[in-house]
Design a protein around this ligand. Structure first.
Ligand SMILES: NC(=O)c1ccc[n+]([C@@H]2O[C@H](COP(=O)([O-])OP(=O)(O)OC[C@H]3O[C@@H](n4cnc5c(N)ncnc54)[C@H](O)[C@@H]3O)[C@@H](O)[C@H]2O)c1
Length: 254
C-alpha cells in the first residue's frame, strides 16, 4: 500500500466515488499516487468517505457531479483543468440499482435508470476525450456488471443499462484507440455494498442463497473490484482496450 508509483503524477475522476465501491476505487488509485477527484451527487456521503480514506498520503478531494447533467460535467472538467491542468483517468462508476420486473417497471423508472447508468457514462466519456487527448494517453473505465452480460427477470432496466455500458465501451474504445485512449468495462457480480440492501430486505434467505451460488463461495469485497479498476487505470494494462473485465467469483462461468 502507498507505493506512490503506478499512478504518480496522474489525475483521476471517480464518479459515484462516495459509494461502497467508489470509495475503495478512490483509495486504491490514491494509494498509487494519483490525485483523485471524488465526483458524486452526495456531498455528505463524500465528506464521510473522505474522512475515512484520507491519510497522510491520500490525495482525494470532492467535487459535486450529477452524471445526468451535461452542464455538471462541464463544470467538473473546467475545475479539473484549472486546478490540475490535466486528466488521465476517468472511472464512470456512479450507478443506481432497480429490483423490478418488466411489468412493474414504469417509464419513469426506466428513464431514470438508463439516464444515470447509461447516459451518464456517455456524457462523461464524450466530454473527457478532449482532455485526455491533450496528454497523448488516457484510461476510461466504465462500470457495468454481470447484469450487463446475462439477463435477469427482476432487473429489466438495470440489465438494459449495464448491457448498454458494455457495448458503448467497445464502440468508444474503437474511436479513441488512435489517440491512445483506452476504454474498458468492468463487470462485478454482487458486491457487498448498501446498493444491494434492497435485495436482502426483499427476502431474508436471499443473501445466503446468492452467496452459496457464487463458485468462490462469497460475495465480492469492494476492494476486489477496485483492484481490477487499478489494473485498467495503470500502464499494466497498456495493450488492453475495448475489453470487458469480469470480476465475479466465477458466476458467469457456470
Ligand atoms: N454492489 C454491487 O453488487 C454491484 C455489482 C455490479 C456492479 N455494480 C455497480 O458498481 C457501481 C457502484 O455501486 P455501489 O455498490 O458502490 O453503489 P452505491 O450505491 O454504494 O454507490 C453509488 C454512488 O453513486 C452516486 N450517484 C448516484 N446517482 C448519481 C448521479 N446522478 N451523479 C453522481 N453520482 C451519483 C451515489 O451518491 C453513490 O455514492 C454502480 O454503477 C453499480 O451499478 C455494483
Amino acid at each position: 500500500m502507498g507505493q506512490y508509483e503506478k499512478l504518480k503524477g496522474r489525475v483521476a475522476v471517480v464518479t459515484g466515488g462516495a459509494g461502497g465501491i467508489g470509495k475503495e476505487i478512490c483509495k486504491c488509485l490514491s494509494n498509487e499516487g494519483a490525485q483523485v477527484i471524488m465526483a458524486d451527487l452526495s456531498e455528505s456521503s463524500a465528506a464521510n468517505a473522505i474522512a475515512e480514506i484520507n491519510s497522510a498520503y491520500n490525495k482525494v478531494i470532492y467535487h459535486e457531479l450529477d452524471v445526468v447533467s451535461e452542464q455538471s460535467w462541464h463544470t467538473l472538467y473546467q475545475y479539473v483543468e484549472q486546478r490540475f491542468s490535466r486528466l488521465d483517468i476517468l472511472v464512470n462508476n456512479a450507478g443506481i440499482y432497480l429490483f423490478k420486473d418488466i411489468e412493474n417497471t414504469t417509464l419513469d423508472d426506466w428513464n431514470r435508470v438508463m439516464s444515470i447508468n447509461a447516459t451518464g457514462v456517455f456524457l462523461g466519456t464524450k466530454l473527457a476525450i478532449p482532455l485526455l487527448r491533450q496528454n497523448g494517453s488516457g484510461s476510461i473505465i466504465n462500470m457495468s456488471s454481470t447484469s450487463g452480460i446475462t439477463g435477469s427477470p427482476f432487473e429489466v432496466a438495470y440489465t438494459a443499462s449495464k448491457g448498454s455500458v458494455r457495448l458503448f465501451t467497445k464502440s468508444a474504445a474503437l474511436y479513441t484507440a488512435k489517440d491512445n485512449i483506452r476504454i474498458n468495462s468492468v463487470h462485478p457480480a454482487t458486491t457487498d455494498t448498501s446498493m444491494v440492501e434492497v435485495l436482502w430486505e426483499s427476502n431474508k434467505d436471499l443473501k445466503k442463497t446468492v452467496t452459496e451460488n457464487v463458485p468462490l463461495g462469497r460475495l465480492a469485497d469492494p476492494i476486489e473490484i477496485a483492484k481490477a479498476i487499478l489494473f485498467l487505470a495503470s500502464d499494466d494494462s497498456s495493450y488492453i482496450t475495448g475489453t470487458e473485465l469480469i470480476v465475479d467469483g466465477g458466476m458467469t462461468a457456470i
